[in-house]
Design a protein around this ligand. Structure first.
Ligand SMILES: NC(=O)c1ccc[n+]([C@@H]2O[C@H](COP(=O)([O-])OP(=O)(O)OC[C@H]3O[C@@H](n4cnc5c(N)ncnc54)[C@H](OP(=O)(O)O)[C@@H]3O)[C@@H](O)[C@H]2O)c1
Length: 338
């Protein structure tokens, strides 16, 4: 696997990040540790977890695996913001909850620092000064190395950046948004902002939760057992997302490109994402070792221009103002130089 720079920082991360949301949920301790071993054997060094995945079990499983290993060789990302217990302050981005959440994550991860602490989502209740002042202090005190953000809108990220700059605080260096061939609204505001500010983009659900692997051939209402949609009690949610012409066209094109290139639909979908502007490292998720092995096969080659264009066309989102072509032309035209 190739290495890429994590935004403006000097840290190098593998071009695929290993997501660990399945750890302690669909993947037991043994499978999770095998997945970690294989990912690192393949040249990976970048792990993503959260303090809420499997109520903290994901962090515990990583902590057990890291014991006795070279801590400096791992770039470890986790998150805080969502509810961890029933108390009034067991949620959010207040100074009180952030310090508590970080100490608890460090305990579960059996380490004394987090490489990238990501704000899991916007907190409408806590002043931005309180959150980013705390993240600055956590960095200065050595409990975290870098600050990242997840699920922000572009104006929220830019506001946080400007605040940090005005105060001389450590700025967020990465954004973790949902982004895939299926989820491309991220390209309207977030990706241009990340390009302009040199922010690392770490796409979550790069396979749209498994849909882009092409395994829901008979539709999401008759999903195979032992899959995320098959195990879900909310098939209607998935039907709402995937029962439409665009989603079906994307999967059809993935199969066509796969046949042409000798790769699987999952590998093609990941390869398309790896080549998108601003993308640093898609966060892959796996329930089994076989899935991980297949997904790692998305690296070491790249899609030619023709299939890339076919996938981009098949997944186009209908854009209205201010993202349509006329608005785009207004942004770029300058008759004074004509
Ligand atoms: N910041 C956030 O709010 C947020 C939200 C979600 C996720 N994340 C992060 O992003 C990571 C990845 O998210 P995700 O799990 O949704 O990613 P994903 O890659 O879109 O989906 C992964 C799932 O797809 C299926 N799959 C993977 N490879 C496959 C293959 N080769 N063939 C067939 N099926 C395959 C597996 O599900 P089944 O076998 O169960 O079908 C697997 O668990 C998470 O681990 C987490 O670290 C962050």
């Amino acid at each position: 696997m190739k290495l890429r720079k994590l935004g403006r920082s000097g840290v190098l991360v593998s071009e695929l990040c290993l997501g660990t949301m399945t750890f302690g949920w669909q993947a037991d301790l043994t499978t999770s540790h095998r997945i970690l071993d294989r990912f690192f054997d393949a040249g990976g060094n970048f792990l993503d977890t959260s303090n809420v995945y499997s109520s903290g079990k994901s962090e515990e499983i990583i902590g057990q695996w890291m014991t006795g290993r070279d801590r400096a060789g791992v770039v470890l990302a986790t998150k805080a913001r969502f509810r961890t217990a029933e108390g009034a302050n067991d949620v959010g981005l207040s100074r009180k909850h952030l310090w508590h959440a970080v100490r608890e994550s460090l305990r579960r991860l059996q380490t004394d620092y987090i490489d990238l602490l990501q704000v899991h989502a916007w907190d409408p209740l806590t002043p931005l000064e309180e959150t980013y002042g705390t993240l600055h202090r956590l960095t200065e005190d050595g409990l975290i190395r870098y600050v990242g953000v997840s699920n922000y809108r572009a104006w929220q990220f830019e506001k946080a950046l400007q605040l940090c700059r005005s105060r001389g605080w450590h700025e967020p260096i990465s954004l973790q948004p949902q982004y895939s061939l299926y989820a491309r609204a991220t390209e309207f505001e977030l990706i241009p902002m990340c390009l302009a500010e040199s922010i690392a983009v770490l796409p979550w659900s790069p396979l749209a939760g498994g849909y882009l692997s092409g395994k829901y051939r008979d539709g999401v209402r008759s999903p195979p057992a032992g899959t995320r949609i098959g195990d879900s009690k909310d098939v209607e949610f998935y039907a709402g997302r995937f029962e439409n012409e665009r989603a079906e066209r994307i999967v059809k094109t993935l199969h066509e490109v796969g046949t042409e290139t000798g790769k699987t639909p999952a590998q093609v979908a990941l390869s398309w994402l790896l080549a998108r502007p601003a993308v640093t490292a898609p966060i892959i998720g796996a329930r089994t070792l076989d899935q991980l092995t297949e997904d790692l096969g998305a690296t070491g080659w790249s899609l030619a221009e023709g299939p890339t264009a076919a996938l981009t066309r098949a997944s186009d989102l209908y854009a209205t103002y201010p993202y349509d072509q006329r608005a785009e032309d207004q942004q770029t035209s300058d008759r004074r130089l004509a």
